[in-house]
Design a protein around this ligand. Structure first.
Ligand code: ZN
Length: 444
């Protein structure tokens, strides 16, 4: 086994080493409730071994590196992630199953604060001191037989039961930015009820409370779908001091307005862009949300996009607490439209772009499934931060073309060689010739 000589060692606040160090201290702070005599593996080593599989998008990574340790007395989980003793798969699952998922929440908060302190969130502000946080429910486990204490269950007419796990996920995003930055999700619990709107609303209330508690001085514009645009939900967002922007389709029985045409004094604005498309906006402030007593007043707006032939290619409408005017209507419509990114850039990536979010790592009895989701989300967060801030990572992407191929190269490299740091692994991928000379010189 070749151990590469030290060439680079950097410690920036958002580098891999810095983020791993931060995560290490949070893992070490989790109180270990197990009997000391039964602890062959520390909680840190268990959590970090699982995380390393998610990070390298390789479910068998930890097992392979364990074999490397047995044969060569060294492995990359020790050098890159600080794992002292790699657990076997069965032990890893058993121990992870017992760790309360909320113990991982401070890591999301810490990464957010690092991004903020180093000014990376300024480009994400949709209005001064206001970040757009899109929220949506997503399912990451679904089965007719595999289930645990925490599973949601749905009984079908045929008496068949579907078991699932779902979260209300939030992510910071901006219409001009490709990277989305996840925040700690809120699990949809099997005590939240069986109605989709009902249980997502309950989870959303807990979500916003925690988000505001974690970041009390940060303004948020929460962007959500039509499930959110009902009065109790809107009131709880206002009570938590967050702005909201929720889809609201006129004609829906929930709302006062059958259609916007009922308002004679509607404000409007339109412009034609360089591609010949017409962007058309209409809005009205202080409209009662519904016809009932004590209806809350909201500001309503609509956006229609027509192609050069005058055909409607996009149409949507929203309610918000922000006072609508000619000055913010274009930006607000862009903010509302950008919600698709949570589906496309976040969930879709986690499910289909190498992260194995729906991979069956074993389901456990309590928290295994959710902890695996959270560790995968953290791996995704690492990669989003590097895409945004890390020159060497960006250079690897550029050199190797596709993300898929880049990860193949990273995985291939750590199967053959031992790297003393992630930064060195990236340097090796970027400047391979340099390392070949060193290895040859050592042999000679
Ligand atoms: Zn379950």
């Amino acid at each position: 086994m070749t151990i590469l000589a030290s060439l680079t060692k950097q410690k920036k606040h958002l580098s891999f080493t810095a983020l791993i160090d931060s995560m290490t201290s949070f893992f070490n702070n989790i109180k270990d409730e197990r009997q000391p005599a039964k602890c062959d593996y520390s909680l840190h080593d268990v959590l970090m071994s699982a995380f390393s599989c998610m990070y390298f998008q390789d479910p068998s990574l930890a097992e392979f590196q364990k074999r490397l340790q047995e044969e060569q007395h060294i492995n990359n989980l020790a050098t890159l992630f600080g794992v002292k003793n790699i657990p076997k798969n069965t032990q890893l699952r058993d121990i992870l199953d017992e760790i309360p998922p909320e113990k991982l929440a401070p890591i999301f908060k810490d990464f957010f604060n690092r991004l903020r302190r180093h000014k990376h969130l300024e480009d994400y502000a949709i209005f001064p001191n206001t970040l757009l946080c899109a929220i949506d429910g997503t399912q990451y486990h679904r089965s007719k037989d595999i289930h645990c204490e925490q599973c949601l269950h749905k009984e079908h007419k045929t008496a068949e039961i579907t078991y699932s796990h779902a979260v209300l996920q939030g992510a910071i995003m901006h219409p001009d930015k490709k990277q989305v930055l996840p925040v700690m999700p809120e699990a949809i619990a099997n005590t939240d009820g069986s109605d989709k709107q009902d249980c997502e609303s309950k989870a959303a209330k807990r979500f916003i409370k925690n988000l505001r508690q974690d970041h009390p001085r940060q303004g948020f514009l929460i962007v959500g779908d039509g499930l959110m645009s009902h009065q109790p939900m809107i009131e709880s967002f206002i009570n938590e001091g967050a702005h909201f922007l929720f889809v609201a389709k006129p004609g829906d029985h929930k709302y006062r307005f059958e259609s916007l045409d009922g308002f004679p004094e509607l404000a409007s604005y339109q412009f034609v862009d360089e591609k010949g498309r017409t962007h058309y906006y209409r809005w009205k402030n202080k409209v009662p949300l519904h016809g009932g007593e004590n209806a809350i007043k909201v500001n309503f707006f609509e956006y229609i996009l027509k192609n050069e032939d005058g055909k409607i290619t996009y149409r949507n409408s929203w309610v918000t607490d922000i006072n609508m005017s000619r000055h913010n209507i274009v930006e607000m419509a862009r903010a509302g439209r950008c919600r698709w990114k949570i589906e496309n850039e976040c969930f879709n990536t986690l499910k289909n772009q190498g992260y194995y979010i729906t991979h069956n790592y074993g389901h456990g009895k309590k928290h295994l499934s959710y902890n695996m989701y959270l560790l995968t989300l953290l791996a995704f967060y690492f990669h989003q931060i590097f895409e945004l801030t890390d020159g060497a990572y960006q250079a690897c992407r550029k050199k190797l073309g596709s993300k898929k191929y880049m990860w193949e190269v990273f995985r291939g490299s750590i199967r053959l060689l031992i790297f003393e740091s992630w930064e060195q692994l990236m340097d090796f991928v970027l400047h391979r010739e340099k390392y070949e000379e060193i290895t040859l010189a050592k042999r000679a």
